[in-house]
Design a protein around this ligand. Structure first.
Ligand code: HEC
Ligand code: HEC
Length: 198
């Protein structure tokens, strides 16, 4: 109970911070033009759906989550995939516009995963670990918390491992504590499950 309360407190703290940085909403039409001009789509896909291993889908992610991740890359608090260098050249208005654009694209469809038993195990774990309490009922993401539904399993697994080990620091420590007790097998099962969700 104490742990659950502590998590809720930390989450609401982050929301206050994000509300001030977020300021005005972005313009999706500007975001679309910027996504082309800055070649985001070369890696993340024309419709924000990536076909490259290790590159996440951005379509239908909550705008605040995209914005926050770009800020973290710019500030070198998150590193990976060369995104630090890309985000270093973006203004906060660019980030808001890009976030507005990618967030309103249709969500990626869930993809089957070969090992059905692993998928079921992931589903049970996700319920037992309350992943949906932050990531949303359908793991669709909300506020600054990323969408997990339909995300590529390869990307998901690497990120979860990094959040577990501390190689990727999260903005308020809530995800690090959610990942703390997960075994390597748990993380593989969760990544398989998430990829199948619409
Ligand atoms: C050269 C390929 C490449 C380009 C170009 C690129 N990205 Fe990325 N992006 C990546 C990779 C790879 C990752 C995963 C980083 C990691 O492993 O931590 C990523 C991660 C992200 C994330 C984090 C998503 C999440 O779920 O946490 C966001 C947001 C993002 N990119 C937005 C953008 C935007 C906006 C642009 C254009 C300004 C862009 N990217 C250009 C390869 C690229
Ligand atoms: C207390 C709230 C909370 C809970 C519970 C939680 N998460 Fe998260 N999760 C977050 C936040 C916030 C982030 C963004 C972290 C950051 O970069 O600052 C995140 C990020 C992630 C990411 C990286 C996604 C991406 O696109 O980069 C994965 C994967 C993930 N969570 C999986 C899970 C799984 C699986 C569970 C259940 C075992 C879970 N989370 C439970 C809050 C939570």
């Amino acid at each position: 109970m104490m742990l659950r309360l502590a998590r809720v407190y930390a989450l609401s703290g982050a929301l206050c911070l994000s509300a001030s940085a977020w300021a005005a909403p972005g313009d999706p039409a500007q975001g679309r033009a910027k996504a082309q001009a800055l070649a985001c789509v070369a890696c993340h896909g024309e419709a924000g759906q990536s076909s490259q291993a290790g590159v996440p889908h951005l379509a239908a992610q909550p705008p605040l989550s995209i914005f926050y991740q770009l800020l973290q890359f710019r500030d070198q608090r998150r590193r990976g995939g060369g995104m630090e260098a890309i985000a270093a050249n973006l203004s906060e208005q660019d980030m808001r516009d890009l976030a507005a654009y990618f967030s309103q694209l249709p969500a990626p469809k869930g993809q089957p995963f070969a090992d059905a038993a692993l998928v079921r195990q992931g589903e049970q774990l996700a319920q037992a670990q309350f992943c949906s309490s932050c990531h949303g009922n359908q793991l669709q993401g909300q506020k600054h918390v990323p969408r997990l539904a339909g995300q590529r399993a390869d990307y998901f697994l690497t990120q979860l491992q990094h959040l577990h080990s501390g190689e990727r620091a999260d903005m308020d420590g809530t995800m690090a504590s959610a990942a703390a007790s997960l075994s390597p097998a748990d993380m593989a099962a969760l990544s398989a499950y998430a990829q199948t969700l619409n």
